[in-house]
Design a protein around this ligand. Structure first.
Ligand code: IMP
Ligand code: MG
Length: 187
């Protein structure tokens, strides 16, 4: 497959979670976060790029004051398998000293990303890290971590859309879906 041609909605074999279902779930998640989150200053930390769409939709449902920060990390290098190494692509972390962080990622897979970022934030002196993901794969994690807020638990398969990519494409699809098998190659 020519990489230039990737990214069309026709490349999707099946829709796993459609837009309306996501929207409804985000209403409930935001309500739960608002109810449970400690009062005081919050930093919502968005892991780029995957959590961008999820965070934009979730945070607009949270009616409390918060700061929004972004952090760029990478654990995939183009294919459909995690590389096992979490790389911080930003030199500096936002100031999280003494603050509660709501850490947002698109999907919890091996757990290495959330674990690495959580450890880094705690070492920077934040008060606590609360994690929220749109998706969590139903699998054994390689890092001992679970998300505090999970939108949907899904099977252990590679998905795209609603922020999630394959080779940089499909993030703008409004639903979460599975790619046709002749398009996604694990390497
Ligand atoms: P973990 O560190 O293995 O938990 O992986 C988390 C990161 O891997 C996420 O932030 C995603 O960017 C990426 N990822 C994991 N599974 C998928 C998937 O099914 N589709 C697209 N990206 C994924
Ligand atoms: Mg990601």
């Amino acid at each position: 497959m020519n990489p230039q041609e990737l990214g069309r909605a026709e490349d999707i074999e099946r829709i796993l979670i459609d837009e309306k279902v996501i929207e409804k779930r985000l209403d409930a998640m935001a309500e739960q976060i608002d109810r449970e989150f400690p009062s005081g200053p919050i930093v919502a930390l968005i892991l780029l790029k995957g959590a961008l769409v999820f965070a934009a939709d979730l945070l607009r449902r949270l009616p409390r004051p918060l700061d929004i920060e972004c952090l760029k990390v990478a654990s995939y290098h183009g294919g459909t398998e995690s590389s096992g190494v979490v790389t911080f692509l930003d030199h500096a972390l936002p100031d999280v000293q003494g603050r509660h962080v709501l850490l947002l990622d698109d999907i919890l897979d091996t757990g290495r990303t959330l674990q690495a970022v959580t450890q880094r934030l705690l070492s920077e002196g934040c008060a606590a890290v609360h994690t929220a993901v749109l998706l969590a794969k139903d699998r054994t994690r390689e890092a001992e971590i679970d998300a505090d807020y999970v939108g949907f638990v899904i099977g252990d398969e590679f998905v795209v859309g609603y922020g999630l990519d394959y080779k940089g494409r499909y993030r703008n699809l409004p639903f979460v879906g599975v790619l046709k098998s002749d398009i996604a190659t694990p390497h």
